[in-house]
Design a protein around this ligand. Structure first.
Ligand code: 3PG
Length: 213
């Protein structure tokens, strides 16, 4: 359920945003992340292989929370539900996707970048959101200012986040976790360099624990 999924994101701390070309690599990738202490995997629907990759992780890696990312239409909500997604992330907010997720019974982090986005999210009862694109939208000072009128909201900043700045986000009490693609580089996935991914995951986890241990 929603609360359990949010608790998982919170304890994981850093959500890897995966762009995958070959679904055959998904299970090894998820195992590599779990070995480094990262037990949430967000598979973005940006490549044809994404749905199959998500399904493989949901089926074969019970230790990982299988999250569908870049979900922008109600049709994609049905697809990811069928694939076994346990939670969904979107880059923005839309009433039609909100409705579809309610029907699907899946936890959702809509994307927000402005006060208007937050008003729509709050009106729909959505109080946990992805702050996207975090750095480009103004970084921690922007998120801090945006949080002022929305004290009920908590955020997962994503977009331009890395080891050098994740502490600035985690210093904000309304930030529950951060997301990023830096721990799942495309070349490491393509070459099956799972040790490198486990090392990046471990580094990310240690950085998170330094601020939220
Ligand atoms: C996302 O969709 O969340 C972003 O593409 C991830 O941003 P990053 O590549 O800057 O980490």
């Amino acid at each position: 359920d929603e609360a359990a999924a949010i608790a998982r994101l919170k304890s994981c701390g850093v959500i890897p945003v995966v762009v995958i070309e070959d679904a055959g690599r998904a299970v090894d990738l998820a195992h590599a992340l779990v070995a480094g202490g990262i037990d949430v995997v967000e598979v973005t629907l940006r490549r044809p292989a994404a749905i199959e990759a998500l399904a493989a992780i949901a089926r074969s890696v019970p230790k990982a929370l299988a999250v569908a990312g870049t979900v922008v239409t109600p049709a994609q909500v049905s697809q990811v539900k069928d694939a076994g997604a346990q939670a969904v992330v979107s880059p923005g907010f839309s009433e039609s996707v909100d409705e579809a997720l309610r029907k699907a019974g899946l936890p959702w982090l809509p994307g927000v970048a402005t006060a208007s986005d937050c008003m729509r999210a709050v009106a729909a009862g959505r109080t946990t959101a992805k702050f996207f694109p975090a750095e480009q939208a103004g970084g921690p000072p922007a998120l801090k200012a945006l949080s002022g009128p929305f004290p009920q909201m908590s955020f997962c900043p994503t977009g331009g986040v890395g080891l050098k700045n994740l502490g600035d986000y985690l210093a904000l009490p309304q930030v529950i976790c951060v997301g990023g693609s830096w721990l799942v580089p495309a070349d490491a996935i393509a070459s099956g360099d799972w040790n490198r991914i486990t090392t990046l995951a471990r580094e990310a986890k240690e950085a998170f624990l330094k601020f939220r241990g």
